[in-house]
Write a protein that binds this ligand. Structure first.
Ligand code: R5P
Length: 312
């Protein structure tokens, strides 16, 4: 297989799991900082004529991980890679897909331009915050979904009389997808964001009384959205026996651990799109490695990805 896989510092474990699924090893890279703080990257093996896959979520620290990815791409392109695919399991800046007020950049669009400028020819990502992301690129973007792997991880222990809860209007489509798999009703929480880490619930659409909530979202950042939604659902009569939280991306920054620990939760399930250095007992991490290995195999063999993609 003329395939090379490299990773920056964002998620070496997921890269290794993916490479193991392909029966190859991860390419050696030296990432170092010059005394003035500049990043320097050097790949340690030939990629000439290879299909190169760079696996790097742009998770916190976002700028570091993004720059590593751009430098790796440039290094591989200049070293003669035949094709260059960036697998960005968590795509940072996707939430900045428009200007909310007048004097802001459209961050997602700018990041897309940077990735293309670095020589990346195709992007693979998982449950990006907005599917509009694709429109910012001229190169192909494949949106994978973590819903099947996360839904399967919950399926065997689905609480009876449950309800799938979208913690905001933006998560309604995602909630529908889980509800279809689990054959459950859905409820939607109408939230207003007060600041980067605080939100307020306005009302709940749908029936939650006497049902165990399973709150689903694309990401948990500070945990404010999940906390507010779960508290509102329980206050509206939802059952507090082992509610679940399921999210594609566990950023878990700032007060997230403290907030989630303080809730009457059974489990929080996330994928390993973002590396999880801490593993508290309430957190279950489901690996995307087998899915990414399957995607690399199919791309390499020019096979369809259609059943793995999200069409919303
Ligand atoms: C927002 O629309 C997203 O889908 C998430 O709900 C949000 O980013 C989560 O952030 P936090 O955990 O800080 O509330």
């Amino acid at each position: 297989m003329n395939v090379s896989i490299f990773s920056g510092s964002a998620n070496p474990l997921l890269t290794t799991t993916t490479a193991q699924g392909l029966g190859i090893s991860v390419g050696q890279v030296v990432l170092q900082r010059f005394p003035d703080g500049e990043l320097h990257v050097e790949i340690q093996e030939s990629v000439r004529g290879h299909d190169v896959y760079l696996i790097q979520p742009t998770s916190p620290p976002v700028e570091t991980h993004l720059l590593e990815l751009l430098f790796l791409a440039d290094a591989c392109r200049r070293a003669g890679a035949a094709s260059l695919t960036a697998i960005i399991p968590y795509f940072g800046y996707a939430r900045q897909d428009r200007r909310a007020s007048g004097r802001e950049p459209v961050g997602a669009r700018l990041v897309a331009e940077l990735l293309q400028a670095s020589g990346i020819q195709r992007v693979v990502t998982v449950d990006p915050h907005t599917s509009a992301l694709e429109g910012f690129f001229r190169i192909p973007v494949e949106h994978l979904s973590a819903v099947p792997v996360l839904a399967a991880a919950v399926q065997a222990s689905l609480p009876p009389e449950a309800v799938v809860v979208a913690p905001d209007l933006g998560a309604a489509k995602l909630a529908e997808r889980y509800a279809r798999v689990w054959q459950l009703p859905i409820a939607i929480v109408h939230k207003t964001r007060l600041s980067g880490k605080d939100v307020q619930v306005q009302r709940i659409i749908g029936e939650v009384r006497d049902r165990v909530p399973i709150v689903v979202d694309d990401m948990i950042s500070t945990g404010g959205t999940i906390q507010a939604a779960l508290q509102a659902v329980l206050a509206a009569g939802g059952r507090s026996e082992q509610p679940l939280v399921v999210a594609s991306h566990g950023l878990l920054v700032g007060p997230a651990h403290e907030r989630l620990r303080g809730l009457p939760l059974g489990r929080v399930l996330v994928t390993d799109s973002v590396a999880q250095p801490a593993s508290p007992p309430w957190l279950q991490v489901v690996s995307l490695g087998p899915l990414l290995a399957e995607v690399v195999t199919r791309l390499h063999n020019q096979q369809s990805l259609s059943d793995l993609l999200t069409h919303t």
